[in-house]
Design a protein around this ligand. Structure first.
Ligand code: ADP
Length: 181
């Protein structure tokens, strides 16, 4: 599915984020920036060991913030490592999840990047319920895109059918406008 937001496109696809040919792919990182399981493990394996070396030099990243590195062997020139919250049920979770998306997009904008691909942050090992996380992810991206016209493509690369469906449903719930691909 493809949606128009100002001059930008927001896409939802099923797939593997490491294969995306965009300016930056986003990693669902942890606060240490060390390679983990899930999408982080896949990105580090595809990028090569230099990625973990650069992350170690950065030294960490608080929840809700993001850091940028090179993409090494990936097609993407950059990896933006953003740290979503571990779901706790506390109302603050939503603000931290929105901040993780916003920080990643602001970093892309400040580096002059035009296209960025996200996985579904926090909904794997970090346990954030999909039906709550998906509208936060999409609404935050919509709001940043409207104020940062340099970013022309945000692609959500969703690994399984259940995740894809939750984002598709959330796009309708928040009233995004579908366009022909
Ligand atoms: P978190 O710790 O933020 O919850 P996870 O990596 O555990 O991060 O999961 C986040 C989402 O990324 C999950 O929906 C998971 O299925 C998905 N995922 C795992 N591998 C990939 C991949 N290669 N490309 C895209 N998404 C992936």
């Amino acid at each position: 599915m493809r949606f128009a937001i100002g001059n930008a496109a927001l896409e939802l696809i099923r797939g593997n984020i490491v294969e995306q040919d965009v300016d930056a792919i986003v990693n669902a990182a942890n606060e240490t920036l060390a390679p983990g399981g899930g999408v982080s493990g896949a990105i580090h394996r595809a990028a090569g060991p230099e990625l973990a070396d650069e992350c170690a030099r950065i030294g960490g990243c608080p929840t809700g913030e993001a850091r940028i590195t090179a993409g090494y062997r990936l097609k993407a020139r950059y990896v933006i490592h953003t740290v979503g919250p571990r779901y706790s049920g506390n109302p603050h979770d939503a603000a931290l999840l929105a901040s993780a998306y916003r920080s990643a997009l602001m970093l892309a904008a400040s580096h002059g990047l035009q296209s960025i691909a996200f996985p579904s942050i926090s909904t794997g090992i970090y346990g954030y319920p999909l039906d709550q996380a998906a509208p936060i992810a999409l609404a935050t991206c919509r709001d940043v895109l409207l104020s940062h016209p340099g970013i022309t493509l945000v692609r959500f690369v969703l690994f399984d059918e259940e995740t894809y469906r939750a984002y598709d449903q959330a796009a309708q719930t928040i009233g995004l406008t579908p366009v022909e691909a």
